[in-house]
Every structure is written in C-alpha cells, then in structure tokens.
Design a protein around this ligand. Structure first.
Ligand code: DAH
Length: 339
C-alpha cells in the first residue's frame, strides 16, 4: 500500500510539474484528489488493512494530499499571474491617445419655440393639454362646428385613416376634448404636430406644428383675447411688438379674426422678413362659437371663451431667419447646430 501511495505521489508530482494549462491542472486535481480519484481510492481500500497499519497509511495519504493541494494551488496562482501579464502586454492602453469627441446635440428650433411659448403661457396661469394625432373626425371637425360639406374635410386636404378617423389637421380638436372633460374655468395651450395633404415646398409641409390656446370662463370677452395675445407677442417677439386684428372666418369662432404682429425684424418699416408689409401674419383666433361650447357640454348662456391657434414653423422661420421650411425637417446637423 505504501508503494502504491508513493507511486501516486511521484506520478502526480510529475504531472503537475509538466502541466502547462489551467484546464489540465483541473484534470490532475480530479484524477488524484477527486471523489473517484486515485488517493481517495486508497482511503476506500483501508478496510482491508490491519488495525495497526490503518493510522499509518491514513496519515501518509493525508500528507500526500496536503502536499498535492499546496502544489496545485501554487500552480494555479502562477497561471493567474501569467494570464494577467499576458493581458497587460496585449491590452495596453495608450493614455496619450486623443479621446473620441462626444458630440452634444442641440434643441431643435421647433422644440425651442414650443418650450418658449409654454414658458410664457405657464407664467400666465395656463396648463398644457395634449391630444391624439390620429383623431376622430368628429373631434377634428363636427364638434368644432365644421359641417360635412366644409372644404377642409375634402380628401384633397386631410389624410383619412378611415371615413371617421383622420390625422388631425389642426390642434383645435384638443379644445373639444378638454371642454368635454373639464368644467370651466379652462385655460390651456396645446402644442403638437398636425397633418395636411400639402406638397412640400419652401413654405409647406404635410406635417407641421401648431399651438392651440383656449380660455373658457364667465364673462370672457374679446378684450381678454386681445390683451392676452398682446402680452404673448411682446414676451415672445419683443417689448415693442404691436398687434392688429383683421376680420376673418373660422367655423369654431364667432367673431373670428386673424392677428398680425408688427415685424420684429424691421419694427414695421418693411423688410425682407415681412415682405415690405411691416406686419407678419401670426395666428387665427376668435370667441368660441356657442355651438362649440354646446357640443362639448358647456352652457353658452353661462360661459364664454376665446381661442387661438398658430403655426410653430412660421414663428421659428421668422425668428431665426430661416427661409426654407424643408430645412426644419431634413435633420442636417450642419443646419441644426446653428441654433
Ligand atoms: N385651427 C385653425 C387652423 O388650423 C387655427 C385657429 C383659428 C385656431 C382660430 C383657433 C381659432 O383656436 O380660434 O387654421
């Protein structure tokens, strides 16, 4: 038995010394020290020995096992060290190498205008409302007093998903959605994308952005509308901005108006931006039509309101001096990083 143990010891020591890979070291470990290993087998066979021999052989096996374990551990550490050294050699980092530049984007001019307008109206106590871009025709048109034969409902003008569902052609349907849900007083603005069946050119795009405003309360009058828009124009376009109303027609307001602002580039003298007019057309607005209030469950005898809506691209173009609307949608960073 002692010779057997001695043989095992010699063989294993030799194998460990020759071992060149961590994987093989594991195999050696299993071969000699594992549950079915050679040394373990010796221990199992001790039953056959005399009572005097047993402790002697037992302690010899333990000695050899301890020795093997220490050697194997040492060898394992060696392998680990080699691995690290190899890594350090092959994966060295050149700390003097120039780093890759992180390019920070900028806020899109359309978003900038929306954020600025939101700030101004939040400051006047308005809340920001939201509505779906894929909208029921009933909200986009009917509830807004826009009858089935109105030209805006033509296939040429509006994108239809089905007969009853459209891509909203204006942010005005949010007015109806808010009035149905909320009792007056109502003071909201709603920015968002709208869609029209227009071909692309320097001043048209089938998708663009609007900001809608709605105020409904007791005793709201046209003067409130004018005061609000004047305040907004001064804050957004400059303290000296003047505003003027021209009569107009929208189905959902009565009376309706279009509002112009004095040109904030030339101050009203006439320039390229205002095309020599001195005025820039800004928005549509008016007093909410009693039919609209009624359609949305608000008593027009008790409440009145005003509404307005304007295009964001138009303001962005005038404010930033952008001459072609397409630039706003092409996502060319050379253009965008200027803002
Ligand atoms: N929705 C109108 C448009 O797209 C703009 C508009 C006009 C909105 C008058 C209003 C309003 O709220 O009162 O042309």
């Amino acid at each position: 038995m002692k010779e057997e143990i001695e043989r095992i010891k010699q063989n294993s020591l030799e194998e460990i010394a020759k071992c060149k890979e961590e994987k093989n070291l594991n195999e050696i470990k299993v071969k000699y020290l594992g549950k079915k290993g050679e040394l373990t087998a010796v221990l199992r066979g001790m039953g056959k020995l005399s009572p005097e021999e047993r402790p002697v052989v037992g302690s010899l096996v333990n000695q050899v096992r301890d020795e093997l374990e220490i050697l194997i551990e040492k060898k394992e550490k060696e392998f680990k060290k080699q691995q690290i050294e190899k890594k350090l050699e092959t994966e060295n980092i050149d700390v003097t190498e120039p780093s890759k530049r992180v390019r920070l984007g900028s806020i899109h001019p359309i978003t900038q205008i929306i954020q600025e307008v939101e700030e101004i109206f939040l400051g006047m106590g308005y809340e920001i409302a939201d509505g779906p871009e894929v909208e029921k025709a009933i909200y986009n048109f009917d509830k807004l007093n826009t009858p089935p034969d109105h030209p805006a409902r033509d296939l040429q003008d509006t994108f239809y998903i089905t007969e009853d569902i459209v891509l909203r052609s204006q942010t005005s349907p949010v007015q109806a959605r808010v009035m149905e849900k909320q009792k007056p007083p109502i003071k909201i603005i709603c920015p968002g994308a709208v869609y029209r069946s227009d071909s692309v050119d320097a001043t048209h795009s089938p998708v663009f952005h609007q900001i809608e405003g709605l105020v409904v309360d007791k005793n709201i009058a046209m003067t409130d509308l004018k005061g609000t828009l004047e305040m907004f124009a001064k804050k957004c376009l400059g303290e000296n901005t003047k505003i003027r109303f021209r009569p107009h027609h929208f189905p959902f307001t009565e009376p309706s108006a279009e509002a112009d602002v004095s040109c904030f580039v030339c101050g009203g003298k006439g320039c390229r931006v205002c095309k020599g007019e001195g005025w820039i057309e800004l928005l549509g607005c008016g007093m909410v039509h009693p039919n609209v209030l009624e359609n949305c469950g608000i008593d027009p005898e008790e409440y009145s309101g005003f509404a307005f809506g304007f295009g964001v691209e138009r303001i962005a173009m005038a404010k930033f001096g952008i001459e072609d609307m397409r630039l706003l949608f092409e996502n060319d960073v050379r253009f965008l990083k200027q803002f």
